[in-house]
Design a protein around this ligand. Structure first.
Ligand SMILES: Cc1cc2nc3c(=O)[nH]c(=O)nc-3n(C[C@H](O)[C@H](O)[C@H](O)COP(=O)(O)OP(=O)(O)OC[C@H]3O[C@@H](n4cnc5c(N)ncnc54)[C@H](O)[C@@H]3O)c2cc1C
Length: 264
C-alpha cells in the first residue's frame, strides 16, 4: 500500500499532488479554506458560544467554521464543548452550541445503528409522493449551478468554489433539489458530498433525509422572505431573480405538494 506524503514544499505542491491523485476531479481551484493547525487555533480563539446562540441562523452569524477540522479529526467534539463551557459565565450561554455538537454525534450514532439509512430511505416521503415520483439523477443545470434561480445558483457556486456552506444554505439547497425539482435526496446528497470539505456521510445524508421527510414528520421548505431575513447580501435574494421561491408557505405547500391536499 502506498504511504501518502504528509509534508509538502508549499500549498501548491499539496494541491498538485491531490489533483494527480484525483484525475476525475473537475476544475482547477482548491478551497480557500486551509485546515492548518494555525487556522484551527484562530477559530478556537474566536469561539464565542453566547454570540453563536444568538446569531447562528444568520449567514453572517458567529458560526464556528470548525466542521472541516472536526471532520478530519483535528479537534474533538469534547474539546470544543469543554472550551465552550470555559468561555461562558453561565452554562446556559453555551447550550445552543453544545446542542449542535450533539447533532453531529447523534448522526454518527444513527449511522452506527442503521448503516443502510446512509443511502436508503429510512421511511416513506410525507409529501404525498412516493420515492418513484422523484428523479434518480441530479439535473445538469443544478450540477452546473445554472438553475435560473439566482439565490440557488449563488449557493451552488459557493459550494463548488469553497467546499463550505453555512447550515442554513445547505438546508435551502437540499430543499430546493428535493421539493422544487422533485429529485431523490440521494442524488443531491452525493453532489454535496463530492464538494464539501467537511463531507461526512452521516451528517450529510441523514440531514438530506430529514429535509426530504424520509427521516422526519414533514418536508422542510423555505421561501424567499426567509432567505432575505437570514442571508443579508451574501447571496442574490432579489424577488425578480427568484420567482420560484417568492410565495407564502401556504402557496408553496399547495404548489409543491398538491397530492397532500387531495389526500387531506
Ligand atoms: C443538507 C445538509 C448537509 C450537511 N452536511 C454536512 C456534512 O457533510 N458534514 C458536516 O460536518 N456537517 C454537515 N451538515 C451539518 C451542518 O450544516 C455543518 O456541520 C455546519 O454548517 C458546519 O459549519 P460550522 O462548523 O460553522 O458549524 P457551527 O454552526 O459553528 O457548529 C459547530 C459544529 O457543530 C456541528 N453541527 C452544527 N450544526 C450541525 C447539524 N445541523 N448537524 C450536525 N452537526 C452540526 C458541526 O460539527 C459543526 O462544526 C449538513 C447539514 C445539512 C442541512
Amino acid at each position: 500500500m502506498d504511504i501518502l506524503p504528509k509534508s509538502f514544499a508549499d500549498r501548491q505542491a499539496l494541491v498538485d499532488h491531490v489533483k494527480a491523485l484525483s484525475p476525475q476531479a473537475k476544475g482547477d481551484a482548491a478551497s480557500p479554506i486551509e485546515a492548518t493547525q494555525a487556522n484551527l487555533a484562530k477559530r478556537l480563539d474566536a469561539l464565542d458560544p453566547a454570540a453563536y446562540g444568538r446569531s447562528r441562523n444568520f449567514i453572517n452569524g458567529k458560526v464556528t467554521g470548525l466542521s472541516p477540522f472536526i471532520r478530519h479529526g483535528m479537534v474533538s467534539l469534547n474539546q470544543v464543548r469543554n472550551l465552550a463551557l470555559d468561555r461562558v459565565a453561565r452554562k446556559s450561554d453555551a447550550e445552543k452550541l453544545i446542542q449542535e455538537l450533539a447533532w453531529r454525534e447523534f448522526w454518527q450514532l444513527v449511522r452506527r445503528d442503521h448503516p443502510d439509512w446512509i443511502w436508503r430511505d429510512a421511511e416513506p416521503y410525507k409529501t404525498g409522493f412516493s420515492s418513484r415520483d422523484y428523479a434518480d439523477a441530479l439535473p445538469q443545470d443544478i450540477a452546473a449551478g445554472q438553475t435560473g434561480v439566482a439565490a440557488i445558483d449563488d449557493i451552488i457556486a459557493m459550494l463548488t468554489t469553497t467546499g463550505y456552506l453555512h447550515n442554513h444554505l445547505r438546508m435551502y439547497l437540499a430543499s430546493y433539489v428535493v421539493h422544487w425539482r422533485r429529485v431523490k435526496w440521494q442524488a443531491g446528497a452525493r453532489f454535496m458530498l463530492n464538494h464539501l470539505i467537511d463531507a461526512d456521510a452521516a451528517s450529510n445524508n441523514l440531514s438530506w433525509q430529514w429535509i426530504a421527510s424520509t427521516y422526519s414528520q414533514k418536508p422542510y421548505i423555505f421561501n424567499l422572505e426567509n432567505m432575505q431575513k437570514y442571508c443579508g447580501d451574501a447571496i442574490n435574494t432579489q424577488a425578480q431573480d427568484n420567482q420560484a421561491l417568492d410565495a407564502s408557505y401556504e402557496v408553496l405547500t399547495a404548489r409543491l405538494f398538491p397530492q397532500q391536499r387531495e389526500m387531506a
